[in-house]
Design a protein around this ligand. Structure first.
Ligand SMILES: Cc1cc2nc3c(=O)[nH]c(=O)nc-3n(C[C@H](O)[C@H](O)[C@H](O)COP(=O)(O)OP(=O)(O)OC[C@H]3O[C@@H](n4cnc5c(N)ncnc54)[C@H](O)[C@@H]3O)c2cc1C
Length: 321
């Protein structure tokens, strides 16, 4: 029986969703492989954080030292390398997030464990993991095999797995002290800076009203914002809308923006370039409005309306009013 490690991410005292997704998948793999699930928490002294993780893992290794309460790539890498060398877990899951992207390559180099990044699923074949990745900006799924190794490292794309709690756990807590010979960190945490006052998180919205270049000009954005508000949704957009400074970057959906998973995605005046639609593969229902009936967005839409977007927006507002 081996171990599957999950590196817990948190921010401002809250476990991040990616962690719950990793724990869900790790639980699934542990059942199939009869492994145990170990979460690694660099959390400082925070009982709430620890409690949230304990109920989803068999064991939680926690570092309570204040030095690691906030993200520190140098210290996290050093501590993880030591943990991996000590425990030799079969698989270590990390988010394909700024954290994971920062330390996963160093972990791979320093432990010799092979690494697959930005994975959207994990299979097991002949006792070895196989990572599923999207290539050509989401057009093709590829299965990545690993070389023979004692342990494997995978970073997982946000939104790839559910956040649900799988199984009953009451993780045993193993408190670890900072090793006395830990090298001094070159990087220091200073402060959190949000991406802007009133920033919204499009990845959490159930309904997105998304606008593309077809909206035409900055002055028209308010019409679509009103519609989003009336429908109880959040406004998102394609890249040209950000490039033109009509909306801030955190509204952008797509490969260089965010991947979203709303129940309903309303796309207004968006052509459906693959860099955009790669970001909506997790959407429940896609409804596209475009005046060009040949627009590629209709290939991925569940419902399509060939019409001027403002006509449809006004009709929806009138219906809702
Ligand atoms: C490396 C790279 C990364 C990229 N990352 C992203 C990304 O993350 N997200 C992203 O969105 N794009 C991204 N792009 C850009 C992408 O290739 C497309 O250029 C972009 O998605 C097009 O945006 P759009 O659909 O809003 O604009 P367009 O392609 O110009 O489409 C506008 C659409 O609006 C329709 N339209 C016009 N007026 C109206 C009207 N009045 N009513 C109804 N329909 C109307 C038109 O028929 C057209 O289909 C990236 C590109 C590169 C090279």
């Amino acid at each position: 029986m081996g171990e599957i490690f999950v590196v817990v991410e948190h921010r401002k005292g809250e476990v991040r969703e990616i962690t719950y997704q990793l724990l869900w998948k790790a639980d699934d793999l542990c059942r199939k492989l009869s492994h145990t699930l170990t979460a690694v928490l660099f959390g400082g002294k925070d009982e709430a954080l620890l409690g949230a993780v304990r109920e989803r893992a068999d064991q939680v290794i926690v570092f309570e030292d204040e030095q690691v309460k906030n993200y520190n790539g140098d210290l996290y890498t050093e501590l993880l390398v030591r943990l991996l060398n000590e425990h030799r877990p079969f698989l270590t899951l990390m988010g394909h997030t700024p954290w994971g992207m920062d330390f996963a390559p160093s972990l791979s180099v320093r432990t010799g464990y092979p690494l697959a990044t930005d994975c959207v699923d994990i299979l097991v074949e002949n006792g070895r993991p196989k990572a599923v990745r999207q290539i050509y900006t989401g057009k093709i799924f590829s299965r990545v095999g690993f070389k023979e190794s004692e342990g494997y490292l995978i970073t997982v794309r946000s939104g790839a797995f559910p956040i649900d709690k799988a199984g009953e756990h009451k993780g045993e807590v193993v408190k670890k002290d900072m090793p006395a010979d830990l090298p001094a960190a070159r990087r220091q945490f200073k402060a959190f800076e949000d991406t802007g006052a009133g920033a919204i998180d499009i990845t959490q919205a159930d309904l997105l009203v998304s606008i593309g270049r077809g909206v035409g000009e900055a002055d028209k954005i308010s019409i679509m914002q009103e519609l989003a508000d009336m429908l109880g949704g959040v406004l998102s957009c394609s890249r040209p809308v950000v490039d033109k400074n009509w909306l801030p970057k955190y509204h952008q959906v797509g490969t260089s923006g965010k991947s979203v998973k709303p129940k309903v995605y309303l796309a207004f005046g968006i052509s459906g370039a693959f860099q955009h639609v790669a970001g909506i593969s997790g959407a429940g229902c896609v409804i596209a409005v475009n005046k060009d009936k040949k627009a590629p967005i209709f290939r991925v839409a569940d419902y399509g309306v060939v019409e001027d977007l403002f006509k449809v927006a006004e009709a929806l507002k009138a219906k809702k009013a």
